[in-house]
Design a protein around this ligand. Sequence first.
Ligand SMILES: Cc1cc2nc3c(=O)[nH]c(=O)nc-3n(C[C@H](O)[C@H](O)[C@H](O)COP(=O)(O)OP(=O)(O)OC[C@H]3O[C@@H](n4cnc5c(N)ncnc54)[C@H](O)[C@@H]3O)c2cc1C
Length: 469
Amino acid sequence: MRQPWRVAVVGGGIAGLAAAVRLRDSAPAGTEITVYEQSGVLGGKLRTGELAGQPVEFGAESFLMRDPTGAESAAVALACRLGLAEKIVHPTVGQAALVIDGGLRPIPGGTLVGVPGDLDRVAAVARPAADADTDGGRPLVGPDADVSVGALVRSRFGNEVVERLVDPMLGGVYAGRADDLSLVTTMPALARTARVEHTLVGAVRAAQAAAPRAPGAPVFGTLAGGLGTLIEAAVTASGATVRRDAAVRELTPTGTGWRLTVGPTRDPQLVDVDAVVLAVPARPAARLLAGPAPAVAAGVGALDYASVALVTMALPQPRLPELSGFLVPSTEGLLIKAATFFTTKWGHLRRPDGLALVRASVGRYGEEAHLQRPDADLAATVHRELSAVLGTPLPAPVDGHVQRWGGALPQYAPGHADRLAAARTALRAAHPTLVLAGAGYDGVGIPVCVRSGETAAEEIITALGGSAR
Ligand SMILES: Cc1cc2nc3c(=O)[nH]c(=O)nc-3n(C[C@H](O)[C@H](O)[C@H](O)COP(=O)(O)OP(=O)(O)OC[C@H]3O[C@@H](n4cnc5c(N)ncnc54)[C@H](O)[C@@H]3O)c2cc1C
């Protein structure tokens, strides 16, 4: 293999940048790393903006502190690696609410993304079906099977638990419906225990016991100063050359590596590299794979995505409850899917002048038509619905921002993990120096994407014949 190695990272989101940092840490010294990002900004779904003179997240807001096994999450480990450990802050108000029959009720504790391990604790919000969760003498899910979260929970706890608890909580992450989403990919810890336990209550409790949380330990964290600082620090630590406004349009195998076609079609640039981390969503990945690996492209490109919009408002001294925010079941008939009271939830964002930053998320999978309205219209509807849910007319905003995320959240159907494993095996066999990373494959969320990027970097190092330093 020629030295130094030249590795292209296609996609400047968190997965691509985590891959770049891991390459710098573990590939031979002198490895040339170039990050190609089609837009003018790095970070992908992480985007720290500014509203009313304050940094505020227009995309992802926080990260899980622990992974499903209970160990420190990859996002925390990356922040520590980048010297940002002291910038990690936690919500000062963790309690959120559900909108039920137009009013707010606290989200019951002790659930796993809304799936209860103790039915009595959720009774104020949803009535579980009586006696459906019986021991049938065998595990809930077969050893290699996958089901939708909704199908499993409906069969054991009935419709109300799905509609009032699981749908809004899972929908808060995926903007999709529990009935469409894979248990194995969206709730891996529960999938593992459901292959052993005979009741759903038993499976939830076993999953919770497998990842015990120290009492009072924070679940979420973010970075004071914004998640944009993670992106900047990752770029610096990676020592990568960054090419913004540089869409990669084609990947061609050269026999010894890859030729990238970069930039506008009328004036493309051709770049030769030894290996590629492809850290872009599944749709653009499928377009790039269509030439070198058409069967893999078909498998990867089958993934569907939901679109959402985030409406953030700066409100002068509104009367807000002491909650981090609320989630809205789709049965409530509101456009708002979730709301976050930033300045209540995060102590570091509180302002002496009482100005509140409130963000609402709009858009569910299959309901993209609701997003086809002008920003001002969307913001006015959100303002009206927030006032209705809170039972008090909110003041007019002094500043606002609408961020649209088209085709942003993967909808992993049952069987996704197997389809992806098959696609990856085929890609590895045909092209070991081209590796997929990011939310299109391994699951959404900053920790999962960081881990995915790091794993891709390690695979590249192995494929190029090096060993991790
Ligand atoms: C609105 C929203 C809120 C979220 N909130 C949270 C949260 O609070 N906590 C959490 O953990 N997760 C959250 N997530 C999920 C999380 O942000 C994502 O799963 C994660 O950031 C995805 O990272 P990625 O690097 O895989 O992809 P992306 O962030 O999508 O990055 C991919 C990059 O590739 C670029 N690209 C695409 N095609 C090409 C090409 N041909 N050439 C070059 N570049 C290309 C894109 O422009 C993009 O910058 C949220 C997601 C959304 C949409």
